[in-house]
Design a protein around this ligand. Structure first.
Ligand SMILES: [Zn+2]
Length: 296
């Protein structure tokens, strides 16, 4: 352990879940929630929303979730990554963050990671798949199986606009024979206790991940939502949603399931603790943050 970082830790049964923070992005609410913003009823102050002049700015966090079960060390989604060339995207271009130091602070070396599980092939979820070593993109986790969707991979391979991202974040994993391409249209269990559940809409290949340990459950929701305000407004799609009807349907399914199961919800982009529970009453769905303990 190093003392350089304190990582947020949550427990789900015997699974120890650590947030590996990477960065934050800022997006105007009027753009993110186009067509829904401003809300008809003025809001009380909300975590992750700040007012700057005439604009409300949404803060989106970017992180990985490190999930350690008694048998497996898993990283769920891999953020933006360092040194990636992302022209025209200031939030992602040429990052230099101490992400691997945070992993080290959690007591995990890159060689210790058994599985990398990707909810969907987007640039803020695949970046740390690789790192730049002597001018070459190499898998960051040399002993891991990388699970990402065949549909997402093939769609990007056929899209010249994604060639750079394929070359720096996906293809090196395939070329090192570490990729396990999965079918994102069907539920399956790539790792004991981990179930990939298709929740398309945000992107065609978008999946969520259910984790079960010792009778307790967690849902890793990927980009079903970008801010917890959407829990109370499941009809709010974001500017990033590819298929609006599918995205809303997937969001409503996950919210109902989360409330019924009283499971712990791990978001990809919420501010605050990023983690919480969903409650349901006659007024709809409500979000309650759950606070971590610090990994000292
Ligand atoms: Zn995302």
């Amino acid at each position: 352990m190093t003392a350089a970082f304190s990582n947020d830790v949550f427990m789900v049964g015997k699974a120890r879940i650590t947030r590996l923070a990477e960065t934050e992005m800022q997006v105007p609410a009027s753009a993110l929630f186009k067509g829904h913003w401003p809300p008809q009823v003025p809001l009380e102050p909300v975590v992750g929303l700040s007012v700057e002049g005439d604009n409300t700015i949404v803060t989106l966090s970017v992180q990985s979730w490190l999930i350690q079960t008694p048998t497996d060390t898993v990283i769920l989604d891999t953020g933006i990554g360092n040194d990636k060339s992302r022209p025209g995207n200031d939030a992602m271009d040429g990052l230099d963050t101490p992400y691997l130091d945070r992993l080290s602070a959690a007591g995990v070396a890159p060689e210790d990671v058994d599985h990398v599980l990707i909810t969907h092939v987007h640039p803020d979820h695949i970046g740390w798949n690789t790192r730049l070593v002597e001018g070459q993109w190499q898998p960051s986790f040399p002993n891991a199986r990388y699970h990402f969707s065949r549909q997402g991979y093939e769609a990007w391979c056929a899209d010249a606009g994604r060639a750079q991202m394929v070359a720096d974040s996906l293809q090196p994993v395939v070329d090192h024979d570490q990729a396990s391409l999965y079918d994102s249209s069907t539920r399956f269990e790539p790792i004991a206790g981990f179930e990939v559940v298709p929740t398309p809409g945000h992107s065609p290949d978008h999946c969520s991940v259910l984790v079960e340990s010792d009778g307790e459950r967690a849902l890793f929701s990927g980009d079903l939502m970008h801010h917890h305000i959407q829990v109370a407004h499941p009809e709010w799609n974001s500017m990033f949603c590819a298929d609006l009807q599918q995205a809303e349907a997937a969001r409503r399914w996950a919210l109902a399931f989360a409330a019924e199961q009283a499971l712990l919800w791990f978001s990809a982009h919420f501010a605050g603790s990023r983690v919480g529970r969903v409650h349901r009453d006659e007024g709809g769905f409500h979000w309650e943050f759950v606070e971590p303990r610090l990994d000292a």
